[in-house]
Design a protein around this ligand. Structure first.
Ligand code: ADP
Ligand code: MG
Length: 695
């Protein structure tokens, strides 16, 4: 297979447009993509027609507006190109109007009260910055999803708005440095995706995996990840075949799948694409997750995207690599070659520091979910406290600026900044600290707290908006400064002084850090139900409103949807647990226990001298576990019934965490205890050993 030949063959990209659109139309289209100007109806008509012809040649019969409602998965409603001209005669048609706007019946998508049910029709609007593509014989048109009154109901709209805000403010800064060339600054994103692959037949035998995406029961296997022999190990043939097909399908869709390897836990893997603009990266990551599931199934595998499918085994995250890039190809977070460029770098860099410190709560919100709670703070993932790692060299510089001294003398490779009080600069800082939630890795920030099943939208529109806000303040302060370089120096020094508490280069997993972070006044929001309400703090509403990213109402509704999602996933898990406990586990334990009891009686019938000690001991323990299973299962059922009555999602979320989750833990402990004593052939579903070492 030749990659360049198949790459993007199913994408209506620039090349396809250039070859299929009349010159004028192409130019207008390019203008829309690059500058965000609206497309004239007559131009849209020509584009739609060309798109349709292209899609039909590729075998497509249908089209869909492809969008990302707040459910967290993508949605599509297929229409065929078919149009009836007269009795018995059809033509294939696709109009400009159909390209630009769709009206899916949206009443069942979550809106957090934004859209009264009578206003059932939301609408989808074409996002021309993300290319249309063909999937399953359907032309997919990436779209934003809004209510009739224009309120955002999806994950894409705020991301697009935040990119506009960031572009606007970053350009102001670049102009201050005399740069008149750059026309657009975009956030770039490269999300590394972790996932598990297990045998599909085993997966099918577990109700918990099918309904909730994770195992709710399962005793520790004799072998876990202790040996770390899986990390970067050779790929098993089935996994290799899966990855090969996945890569190929992703490439056809123009997705830059690049790195595939085994991860730390058994059965765990990772895929990293080459980075691209945030909006496209978000779309591509959604398609990637969808294809992972689909292609796994073709190979008789099940792909698990849950953050913590197996207790006691590393969970899966998504590392969101983020930077700023100009349309002239310059990475603004890359230390430069001249004093001027370095001053500019430092300004963008300190803007990020300030943004992360001031909006710690929002970044925490962006990674909060029931699933991710099992991962954050556990040993393999960053803790719930937001801090930044910037490496030793850069750290020394920041410290020197803070103290007003120049550390240059002892540095190795340094560059002159030309301004006395701005110190010299290291060429790169490649130090790594795998424990940091947000690490500067030389020319980008790596945010490691996202869960594997997340859309990257939220984390990125928060990062974009917060940084845009800081850049706005910087530009306001610098635009009218009489002495630019002096003002810049002062601003950088002041910002560092005020926000350096967010920088931590040590071990984030240590107990000492939790104490230290508390002393510094950093937030430690241990669980999603505690974190999510921070979304709607007034300062955060103001931030989003200032940049036109989300209105107050939109923030309120989003907070409510996220809290409701949290409650729903806990309640579904609780229901699934008591179901499995009473219908599968309890009967199995009872069955084995009765065999043991029979064995005791049989022995006694033969001779009173025969020992029944072990049978009786196991029987006693199993009976105790069975009682506990029944008790906790009943308790779960009644707690869930109580939860039904609570309509306030914030209160319900607290109830779920404080009451339901602990009860689930107790039920699990009893069931897992029983599993270790019950005969393997009696156990009703595949064990951890079966699942983790099945492929
Ligand atoms: P590691 O596992 O060491 O973090 P990887 O190579 O697996 O490194 O992943 C790095 C990710 O960062 C890739 O997806 C890469 O495309 C992305 N990346 C690199 N440069 C940038 C950038 N300027 N902006 C955004 N993402 C970037
Ligand atoms: Mg990484």
């Amino acid at each position: 297979m030749k990659i360049p030949e198949i790459f993007a063959e199913n994408v209506f990209n620039d090349e396809a447009m250039r070859s299929r659109l009349p010159k004028e139309t192409y130019k207008a289209m390019r203008h829309t993509i690059d500058e965000g100007t609206p497309l004239e109806p007559h131009v849209a008509m020509v584009v739609a027609n060309a798109m349709k012809d292209w899609a039909i040649e590729k075998g497509a019969t249908h089209y869909t507006h492809w969008f990302q409602p707040m459910t967290g998965v993508t949605a599509e409603k297929h229409d065929s190109f078919l149009s009836v001209k007269e009795e018995g005669r059809i033509i294939m048609e696709f109009s400009g109007k159909e390209l630009i706007k769709g009206e899916p019946d949206a009443s069942s998508f979550p809106s957090g009260g934004l859209r009264a049910t009578f206003e059932a029709r939301g609408y989808t609007a074409w996002d021309p910055t993300s290319y249309a593509f063909i999937k399953d014989n359907t032309l997919c048109i990436p779209t934003a999803f809004c209510s009739y009154s224009g309120l955002a109901l999806d994950k894409k709209t705020p991301l697009l708005r935040s990119m506009e805000a960031l572009n606007k403010q970053a350009l102001r800064i670049l102009r201050l440095f005399g740069n008149t060339e750059v026309r657009r600054v975009s956030a770039t994103v490269g999300p590394e995706q972790e996932y598990f692959l297990i045998d599909k037949e085993l997966y099918e035998k577990r109700e918990d995996l099918k309904l909730t995406g994770r195992t709710l029961f399962g005793a520790r296997p004799p072998k876990g990840q202790e040996l770390e022999d899986h990390y970067f190990g050779t790929l098993k043939p089935r996994v290799a075949a899966f990855m090969r097909e996945l890569d190929e399908e992703l490439w056809k869709l123009g997705i830059y799948a690049k790195t595939e390897h085994n991860e730390v836990a058994p059965a765990q893997h990772e895929l990293a694409p080459v980075f691209t603009s945030a909006n496209i990266a978000a779309d591509h990551n959604q398609i990637t997750m969808e294809l992972m599931r689909k292609i796994a199934s073709k190979h008789n595998l099940a792909c698990l995207l849950h953050e913590k499918p197996f207790a006691g085994v590393n969970g899966s995250g998504k590392h969101n690599n983020w930077s700023l890039s100009t349309d002239t190809g310059v990475n603004l977070l890359e230390p430069g070659n001249s004093p001027y460029e370095n001053a500019q770098f430092l300004l963008f860099f300190t803007a990020v520091i300030k943004a992360v410190d001031e909006y710690q709560d929002l970044l925490r919100v962006s990674v909060a979910s029931a699933g991710n709670d099992f991962r954050l703070g556990a040993n393999e993932a960053p803790p719930a406290i937001i801090s930044m790692y910037i490496g030793e060299e850069l750290g020394a510089i920041i410290e020197a600026i803070d103290k007003g001294v120049n550390p240059a003398a002892k540095e190795r490779r340094v560059m002159k900044l030309g301004v006395d009080s701005l110190p010299d600069f290291p060429m790169d800082s490649t130090d790594r600290n795998r424990t940091s939630p947000l690490a500067f890795t030389g020319n980008k920030f790596e945010f490691r707290m996202l869960g594997s099943s997340f859309s990257v939208s939220c984390a990125n529109y928060i990062m974009n908006t917060a940084v845009a806000d800081e850049l706005m303040q910087f530009a306001d302060a610098l635009e009218n400064a009489p002495d630019f370089m002096k003002a810049l120096n002062d601003l950088v020094a002041k910002t560092i002084r005020e926000h350096k508490r967010i920088i931590f280069n040590g071990n984030n997993y240590s107990v000492a850090w939790v104490k230290e972070a508390e002393r510094r006044g950093l937030l430690n929001l241990a669980s999603a139900d505690e974190a999510l309400p921070y979304f709607k703090k007034q300062k955060n509403k103001d931030l989003f409103a200032r940049h036109g990213v989300l209105s107050e109402t939109e923030v309120e509704s989003r907070t409510d949807i996220l809290l409701e999602n949290y409650c729903k996933s806990v309640l579904i898990e609780a229901a699934c647990m008591s179901d499995m406990a009473m219908k599968e586990i309890y009967p199995a334990v009872a069955e084995y226990a009765s065999r043991l009891a029979n064995a005791v009686m049989a022995k006694r019938a033969v001779s009173s001298l025969l020992s029944t000690e072990s049978e009786e001991a196991v029987l006693a323990k199993l009976s105790a576990f069975a009682d506990e299973i029944k008790r906790r299962s009943d308790e779960l059922v009644s707690l869930s019934a109580k939860a039904q009555g609570e309509e306030d999602h914030e209160k319900l979320a607290h109830f779920c965490r404080e009451k339901i989750l602990p009860c689930m833990e107790k039920l699990r402990a009893a069931a897992d205890g029983a599993e270790t004593l019950t005969a393997k052939k009696d156990w009703p579903f595949p064990t951890y050993s079966d699942l983790l070492f099945s492929v």
